[in-house]
Design a protein around this ligand. Structure first.
Ligand code: SF4
Ligand code: SF4
Length: 56
């Protein structure tokens, strides 16, 4: 399992401070998760108002 941010991201940044690993970063069109540092803890999923953070 891994955690990813889908294209519905509205760049609100609400997920950023939730992540203890500080691995959610802003890119040009949306926020993305650095898969090298993400521990798949799942803490960021409920923080997203548009539920675009998903496990797959
Ligand atoms: S699953 Fe955990 S470590 Fe990974 S981005 Fe979300 S809060 Fe950060
Ligand atoms: S909380 Fe959701 S919509 Fe907001 S920046 Fe994070 S992934 Fe994007």
């Amino acid at each position: 399992m891994s955690v990813m941010i889908q294209e519905e991201c509205v760049s609100c940044a609400l997920c950023v401070d939730i992540c203890a690993e500080a691995c959610i970063v802003e890119e040009e069109d949306q926020f993305v998760i650095d898969v090298e540092r993400c521990t798949d803890c799942g803490d960021c999923l409920p923080a997203c108002p548009v539920t675009c953070i998903v496990t797959h």
